[in-house]
Design a protein around this ligand. Structure first.
Ligand SMILES: *Cc1c(COP(=O)(O)O)cnc(C)c1O
Length: 316
């Protein structure tokens, strides 16, 4: 894939014994380097990068980062230098980090509290050395990342128009917040009535939700979209009941959901993001009696993490 917008990802109906109307939007199948929401976001960041005469891309993430994998690939395809700064606390080898290496990215790890300074220092050194570097915030954060999920929401609306199916609920894994923010902004622009529910995979309320709200307001302000803040508040639903220990929690319930989803639907989930969110969604549906609602789950990717998990289970 070169530049330009990505093809619309499929929305598939899932046959489930208990849920009468379950659909999954397969952003994990975005046709670039194992896909995922980071591919959707990075595509837009690289549209910006391609407009300038940058020779280096710098970003941030751990050795598990889907974002860093995608950015390293897109940089390598353009013959650009790629520098990935990550926390030494989370630097063990994974499929994602193996690919970052294969793409020739330079990995710098420092203790998490030094990451901010390290980014500043690296950018300054590049500048002093005559390089032109583009910095992509970790996870593809910022208005560009938000815009990627406004576009995803547009795709959902198109699908609804074509199929005649109107979803009641949209669930997904909410992490650093721009996936969530983009969907809510899309909804405010289309003025629809979906319940958009982010299942937090790490952050707690109120901070987790505040970060999403900040991203929403940043985007609406930049795009000069009028809004009513009470409505924005009401539309931003951030559920933090399923975070467990934070990133990478692998409880028995999540493992069981992942195993069952693979066997029954043929769909891989990982334990950090999609498995956690899907499993949280099932519990939420149960507790709130939503079994007959029309449900859309957005599969945000993480296929290499699925394989990391698979090895973990095999060793057990
Ligand atoms: C990063 C990521 C998320 C969370 O997306 P945010 O935009 O950071 O909230 C969800 N799922 C997967 C697979 C991810 O890599």
């Amino acid at each position: 894939m070169s530049t330009g917008s990505i093809a619309r990802t499929p929305i598939c109906r899932i046959k489930d014994k208990e849920l009468s109307s379950l659909y999954i939007k397969r952003d994990d199948l975005i046709p670039y380097c194992f896909g995922g929401n980071k591919a959707r976001k990075a595509e837009l960041f690289f549209e910006e990068i391609d407009k300038g005469d940058y020779d280096t891309v710098v970003t941030y993430g751990s050795s598990h980062s889907n974002h860093c994998r995608i950015v390293a690939n897109m940089a390598a395809a353009r013959d650009m230098n790629c520098i990935l700064i990550g926390p030494s606390e989370v630097s063990e080898s994974t499929y994602n980090s193996t690919m970052m290496g294969l793409f020739g990215a330079r990995l710098i790890t420092v203790p998490v509290e030094e990451v901010h300074d390290c980014i500043e220092k690296t950018l300054q050194e590049l500048k002093d050395g005559g390089h032109k570097a583009y910095f992509i915030p970790g996870g593809g954060h910022g208005n560009i990342g938000t815009r990627a999920y406004v576009q995803c929401f547009d795709e959902i609306i198109e699908y609804e128009k074509e199929s005649g199916i109107d979803f009641d609920y949209i669930f997904f894994a909410s992490g650093t917040g721009t996936t969530h923010a983009g969907l809510v902004c899309g909804q405010l622009m289309h003025k629809t009535d979906h319940k958009i529910i982010g299942i937090s995979i790490a952050r707690k309320n109120p901070r987790g939700r505040d970060v999403v709200l900040d991203s929403i307001y940043d985007y609406l302000d930049e795009e000069k979209i009028p809004y009513n803040s009470q409505e924005v508040e009401r539309r931003t639903i951030f559920i933090d009941d399923y975070t467990g220990e934070g990133y990478g929690t692998d409880s028995a319930v999540i493992s069981e959901t992942i195993r069952k989803s693979l066997i029954l639907y043929g769909i891989p989930f990982d334990s950090t993001y999609t498995g956690k969110a899907f499993s949280g969604m099932l519990d939420y549906i149960n507790k709130n009696n939503l079994k007959d609602s029309k449900i859309l789950f957005i599969h945000t990717g993480g296929t290499p993490l699925f394989f990391d998990d698979l090895n973990k289970w095999r060793r057990d």
